[in-house]
Design a protein around this ligand. Structure first.
Ligand SMILES: *Cc1c(COP(=O)(O)O)cnc(C)c1O
Length: 382
């Protein structure tokens, strides 16, 4: 087994789901986002745990992701958050995946395919763009489209969905933008009801609004990032506490490797491509078999430190595709060849950084840090 791996602490995932459930208003359903292989944390494992813990829906991004979940015995309803192409409709329908739809062209094509597949009630959610500017119809189009769906013999409108653009920010401006989006969404739902059509499950909030604005939970929330142990940007533990909301999250993924060699360096010698680091005094350099092809973003060096046996050591020189180097100092009794090296993970298990710290250092978000951990990094479930 390769040294570089991602340990997935399932107990932490369970803790996070339990914490989310504590914050759900009575009767509110859970749709756990397991898209992108569970944000890199293993989609099947996350789906199984979420299903066991009562999630009625799981959110995915591609039909292939849904197929994989079905092949692994997942029975929960699957909500496809990103549009797919007509060539995927057959697979979508046969695997009971619920798409988000917002125009007549797709409704017609889906109806045709559902009829071909002999499926009477392919469930669909009507997506409303209330200000995210990504997918969805406009609020004033919702009634006509809902009617168009309910006139189809093989389709069933089972929900309405919108998505917030700035709900992970806590500035006054952004909070009022989110509230305006919510008002538009309510209007879109009312319009459908006034047409005499049951809009089904009403859902608007992902992690941030789902916890910070309980009044926007509607019938179902769609948490993603908090499942995996990270707060949604400015909606931090402290911010939530200031509003009397308790949410204690634990990071799920630990990204680690092993010291593959230790090599003595003398002044004047340099390390890695571009010779960005030059040895100024005698030291030992530990070589790690992990690089940007594993998801250790190249822009992490210089700056990143790793944890070896509880002490921190800086990366030196550029991160290569498959390896990188760490300055451990001369004759360090704390570091031996084959020792474990933790790059990020839960701090109570020895990591110096979590994925949020890495994100802040490199100008991105924890979502990207975790989804960047590539396929060749084996996930080990604990
Ligand atoms: C990814 C996604 C979510 C989950 O978002 P988080 O910020 O990770 O909670 C919910 N809804 C939609 C439409 C999404 O695309």
């Amino acid at each position: 087994m390769r040294a570089t791996k991602a340990i997935i602490y399932s107990d932490n995932l369970k803790n996070n789901i339990a914490e989310i459930k504590k914050n759900l208003k009575k009767g509110v359903k859970l749709c756990c986002a397991v898209k992108a292989d569970g944000y890199g944390n293993g989609g099947i494992n996350a789906a199984k745990i979420a299903e066991e813990m009562g999630a009625e829906y799981l959110a995915i991004a591609t039909v292939d992701e849904g197929l994989e979940l079905r092949e692994n015995g997942i029975k929960a309803k699957l909500l496809l958050l990103s549009p797919c192409i007509p060539q995927e409709f057959e697979e979508l329908i046969k695997n009971k995946i619920t798409p988000l739809i917002f125009d007549k062209e797709v409704i017609d094509l889906l109806e045709e395919e559902a009829e071909k597949c002999g499926v009477k009630n392919e469930e669909v959610f009507l997506a409303v763009d209330t200000g995210m500017g990504r997918i969805g119809c406009l609020a004033q189009e919702s009634a006509e489209l809902a009617k168009y769906i309910s006139d189809k013999k093989h389709l069933t409108l089972s929900g309405m969905i919108t998505h917030f653009a700035v709900s992970d920010s806590v500035t006054e401006d952004n909070i009022s933008y989110t509230k305006k989006q919510a008002e538009l969404f309510k209007l879109a739902v009312e319009n459908v009801k006034n047409e005499g059509i049951n809009p089904g499950i009403i859902t608007a909030s992902a992690s941030a609004a789902g916890i910070a604005m309980p009044e926007l939970q509607f019938d179902m929330i769609r948490p993603g990032i908090i499942l995996y142990g990270y707060y949604a940007d400015e909606v931090t533990e402290d911010y939530l506490l200031s509003k009397g909301i308790h949410l204690s999250l634990k990071p799920v993924m630990q990204f680690e490797t092993t010291v593959s060699a230790i090599r003595p360096f003398t002044p004047g010698r340099s390390v890695s491509y571009g010779r960005t680091w030059e040895c100024s005094k005698e030291t030992d350099i530990a070589v790690l078999p992990v690089g940007y092809a594993d998801g250790l973003l190249r822009r992490n060096s210089p700056g990143l430190k790793v944890s070896i046996n509880g002490k921190e050591y800086p990366l030196v020189g550029r991160i290569c595709m498959d390896q990188c180097m760490v300055d451990i100092g001369k004759n360090n009794p704390n570091v031996h060849r084959w020792d474990k090296v933790i790059i990020f993970g839960p701090k109570d298990k020895g990591a110096l950084y979590d994925a949020d710290d890495i994100a802040k250092m490199t100008g991105t978000i924890s979502y990207e840090v975790m989804t960047s951990i590539s396929k060749r990094v084996e996930r080990i479930y604990r």
